[in-house]
Design a binder for this molecule. Sequence first.
Ligand SMILES: *Cc1c(COP(=O)(O)O)cnc(C)c1O
Length: 401
Amino acid sequence: MTDLTPRVHEHASALPSAGLPAYLYDLTSLGEHAAAVRDALPRRVEMYYAAKANPEPEILAALAPHLDGYEVSSGGELAHVRKTVPGSPLAFGGPGKTPDEIAQALELGVERFHVESEYELHVLARLSERSPSGRKPAVLLRFNLQVSGGALDASSLAMGGRPTPFGLDPSLADRVVRRLTDGTYPGLELRGVHAHLASGLDAPAQLAVAEETVAFAEALGERHGIRLAEINVGGGMAVDYGAPGARFDWAGYGAGLEQLLADRPDLVLRIEPGRALTAYSGWYATEVLDVKHSHGEEFAVVRGGTHHLRTPATKQHDQPCTVLAVEEWPYPWPRPAAEGKRVTVTGQLCTPKDVLARGVPAPGVRAGDRVLFSLAGAYAWNISHHDFLMHPRPGFHFLAG
Ligand SMILES: *Cc1c(COP(=O)(O)O)cnc(C)c1O
């Protein structure tokens, strides 16, 4: 199995040993993937990118031509994305927004607020009274909705459909909408509804979420005699770490959304994927330092580890990888090598949790051989505990052309 692009394969082979570990991003394949996703979606579906998946400036910029905006979830992301891709519409989400962050968002003229609580609505209403822009902030109310038929059950990262700190409880919907329509908050414009309920959902489950969210928003709007014109149905499109060649069924999802839009000429749907956009375009490249035999198992210890690529530790999976054999061995001492067919690939940290992949088919793998971990373009470097043990940071290479 190899899902390396030729650019990544060539670059990973050419890097000197001292240049490892390194993150390699293929910006050309990222752009092609994002364009294909965009093409699979109906025109009236806007696509925002959830910046938390990977906020590297080069990644944000490479995605820009294929996006309608970015979803940011902190004052830090807000400032960073505004500066990196100026002029792109932003939606500010996330629980626990501070008054300072909300004031900063108003100052930067953020286009949309995904409001997660009544408290937050109070703060936003009060601070927007003295907002310099004079524009009414647009509000999408985030709800923690239940989805029938068990659509959320497959997710290991469910943020909705059960007790969580995310979004408003649906039981509050009428009270909150009343306040937004009876003059209590004259400075705010209620634009629509937002629901991001889980990560790792396949297309049928995502469509169930979208249908449920649209039905909820329509019923809510009807009860209050208003039109909720924008409905954000979230991100969370699945990435299968056991099958790096597989892709979310964007065509099926797009067709389903098309049907939802068919009888609703005024509705704008929005999605905000992160992982399923960038995961496939990043690799973590490193080399084997040592091969060890321990109580009947073999371990390949690589330069770096989960302090650079925390994804397999946090998601408790085996990160897919490819071994590139390196023939030279420049040292006068013997070259460690595996005797069996499968190894566990671990890093340099002094903890048994520093495991990148188990059961990797790598017969005879030797110290000096290179290992490239795939699906490392999302929730990889930026979620890792970089400073633990004070090993050097990896290199970063953004490849294109
Ligand atoms: C994390 C997050 C996303 C993106 O989720 P992915 O699984 O990366 O697609 C979108 N919206 C919200 C509100 C999020 O918290």
